[in-house]
Design a binder for this molecule. Structure first.
Ligand SMILES: C[S@@+](CC[C@H](N)C(=O)[O-])C[C@H]1O[C@@H](n2cnc3c(N)ncnc32)[C@H](O)[C@@H]1O
Length: 281
């Protein structure tokens, strides 16, 4: 983990939770590669996090499930270009490999190089990748150079990223995407500002957030309670929106019911962690 900076190290957290899916009786997804990106140090941190707030693990499971559904739907609808922004150790390019569909991972150089090394050691050819800080480069230009047709539909999966990014940089990034990728569908998850501000009403959520920030040396800086700050400014419309707990209710009802029982009644988890899918208005 030392070779990757703090934000990059959070990719191990998600991989570790994805790797646990094989132990679930009712599996929400299948990722045979996740365990390749797990080590003892990270497992210990993940266990600590789950002990403080067990629903966190379930919410990440629902998130993986929701983003995978969006990819499945996109491919079924004929999308031929899929980009994972801040891809970390997401292996959907392999899991959903489909003739005629081009995938690309975008992440920091250290993350993608580490990922590629692990994959190559396992005899797996990595998918195309753009090594960069996507907030600092001309990402549409990079995608064009990587062979993407910017005029054709592109599905961008931006999973587990927005909370780490200052709002003004999110706006700049979305402006660049909107200006150059007219046919984009963008899906991302986001926390409520109440989680960021520690005002959720459930102390265990604040404890989880504090521990996560100290365990991984990161800060969650941006949350959204009102998406109109994005849709109005960038000419986007929300084509789907769901809280992650709702994903759990429809895909893993028993686990979602257990979360609802566990939660402090004053904390409305339905509004604390969600995802949305956006298109040009
Ligand atoms: C929490 S991980 C999520 C990884 C993956 N999307 C998943 O859900 O498994 C966040 C990832 O986003 C990447 N990331 C965050 N900000 C980035 C930026 N500005 N440029 C490139 N990568 C970024 C980090 O390096 C890290 O791999």
């Amino acid at each position: 983990m030392d070779i990757i900076n703090e934000v990059g190290a959070t990719a191990f957290f998600v991989s570790s939770i994805r790797a646990m899916e094989k132990e679930q009786e009712h599996k929400l997804f299948h990722d045979p590669y996740a365990a390749w990106f797990v080590n003892e140090e990270i497992e210990k941190k993940v266990q600590e996090q789950i002990e403080v707030f067990p629903p966190a693990k379930e919410l990440v499971r629902y998130r993986v499930c929701a983003m995978s559904e969006i990819i499945e739907r996109g491919i079924a609808d004929g999308v031929k270009q899929i980009v994972s922004l801040g891809a970390g150790f997401d292996m959907r390019a392999h899991i959903y490999q489909t003739e005629g569909v081009r995938f690309c991972d975008v992440d920091q150089p250290a993350v993608l190089r580490f990922k590629n090394k692990v994959l190559e050691a396992g005899g797996v050819t990595p998918c195309a990748g753009i090594e960069c800080n996507y907030l600092e480069v001309d990402l549409p230009g990079e995608l064009g150079r990587a062979g993407f047709d910017l005029e054709a539909p592109i599905l961008l999966i931006w999973e587990g990223n927005t909370m780490y990014l200052p709002l003004d940089l999110i706006h700049d990034f979305l402006s660049r995407l909107r200006a150059q990728v007219p046919n984009m569908t963008l899906a991302f998850d986001y926390l409520s500002e109440k989680v960021i501000n520690r005002t959720s009403g459930d102390e265990r959520i604040s404890e989880f957030t504090d521990l996560f920030e100290s365990n991984f040396g990161v800060k969650w800086v941006t949350g959204f309670d009102d998406l109109s700050v994005l849709t109005e400014k960038h000419g986007l419309e929300v084509v789907k929106s769901e809280s992650l707990l709702e994903v759990g209710e429809r895909r893993a009802p028993e686990s979602a019911a257990a979360i609802e029982e566990f939660m402090d009644v004053t904390a409305d988890l339905l509004k604390l962690y969600s995802y949305s899918v956006f298109r040009a208005a």
